[in-house]
Write a protein that binds this ligand. Structure first.
Ligand code: FAD
Length: 314
């Protein structure tokens, strides 16, 4: 299939893109990596009158480190990889940064290993060469890895339109199936990922039928331990609801308790039975997805706990 006819515009700056969005609103679609939008256009599921190609906006492609005490490390180059100084290091990532650039980044590996662990699960290398972090988040596919990761890491998203900029917590950005806080004139420009607190372990687990397929179920988990006691826990699932699903009952069952076999088993059961809302589809039944969710939650909590204990987490 070929897409329906459209007008093509390629702004060179963020300001230009924002002005064009203000002019065209819902008639326009932003083209990032094109890995979801172009198939949708070819199937005529999307028929924008105007296509705004973001690929010439170099200023939206960067990875910057940020010292959480004093914001440093920002250099303006496309992939700037400072060490962010002495303190805990957060990351600022431009929306047009390719998934492959994140995968190759030493700064991501060092300062956001949970994000680094999830990246290879996104499709195939060819997809990640074009696909962007901003495109994946804006697209909000419930089976996508990056939306769950940014929620698990308490990231903040910066959105710009002709009125100005606003920051939205990732947990509030996703509003249902392929639905987000983005309005017709909004451009997602940056993803800010704070440093995980010291003593936090992490894990990413996923099952797909074949490597590169969308996940049947996936989960990102973090746990912070003080001795054996769990001080904070985060578990965010993908592919089991309308968007990233925070397993709040499971998380609450862990906090203040020793992270032992019994608590992990209970939390995994709670997550699978109460927190998620999977559907039957051609890929898997509800029962199978619940089974996978319980197994993956148990594995994730074990691994995150082991990393927290060994100091291999944050
Ligand atoms: C065969 C195949 C397998 C795949 N497997 C996976 C997988 O396993 N896991 C996974 O997560 N993804 C997978 N993908 C999707 C891939 O990750 C895409 O890269 C991603 O969904 C969209 O990113 P993009 O940069 O290509 O965005 P595009 O396709 O260009 O855009 C997607 C949507 O986001 C909007 N948008 C893009 N950028 C912005 C912005 N800055 N601000 C506001 N709106 C914006 C667009 O207008 C469009 O509506 C797969 C794709 C293919 C083709």
């Amino acid at each position: 299939m070929k897409p329906a006819p459209f007008e093509y515009k390629a702004p060179a700056t963020t300001d230009e893109a924002v002005d064009l969005l203000a002019e065209h609103g819902w008639d326009a679609k932003l083209l990032a990596g094109g890995q979801s939008l172009v198939p949708a256009m070819n199937f005529r599921l999307a028929q924008p009158a105007v296509l705004l190609d973001l690929n010439r906006i170099d200023e939206l492609a960067y990875i910057r480190t940020v010292d959480s005490a004093e914001e440093t490390g920002s250099t303006g180059s496309n992939v700037a990889e400072g060490d962010g100084g002495g303190g805990a290091v957060g990351l600022r990532i431009g929306a047009m940064t390719r998934q492959a650039a994140l995968e190759r980044s030493a700064a991501i590996a060092a300062h956001s290993p949970l994000l680094a662990a999830a990246l290879p699960y996104i499709g195939h290398p060819q997809i990640r060469n074009r696909g962007t972090i901003g495109g994946s988040i804006a697209h909000a596919d419930p089976a996508a890895e990056l939306p769950a990761i940014v929620v698990a890491l308490d990231a903040e998203l910066t959105i710009r339109n002709s009125e100005g900029e606003r920051r939205v917590a990732a947990a509030e950005f996703f509003q249902g199936l392929f639905s987000t806080a983005l309005g017709p004139n909004d451009l997602l420009i940056e993803v800010d990922i704070p440093a995980l607190p010291a003593g936090t372990g992490w894990s990413f687990q996923e099952v797909a039928r074949r490597h590169g397929d969308y996940a049947l179920v996936g989960v990102a988990a973090t746990v912070r331990l003080a001795g054996d006691v769990c001080e904070a826990a985060r578990m965010v699932f993908l592919s089991v609801g309308g968007g990233p699903v925070i397993a709040s009952n499971a998380e609450a069952s862990l906090v203040g308790q020793p992270l032992d076999e019994r608590r992990i088993g209970e939390a995994a059961r709670l997550a699978a039975s109460e927190d998620i809302d999977p559907v039957n589809d051609i890929h898997a039944s509800v029962a199978y997805r619940r089974h996978l969710a319980e197994v993956l939650a148990r594995r994730a909590l074990h691994e995150a706990g082991a990393r927290a204990r060994s100091g291999a987490g944050a």
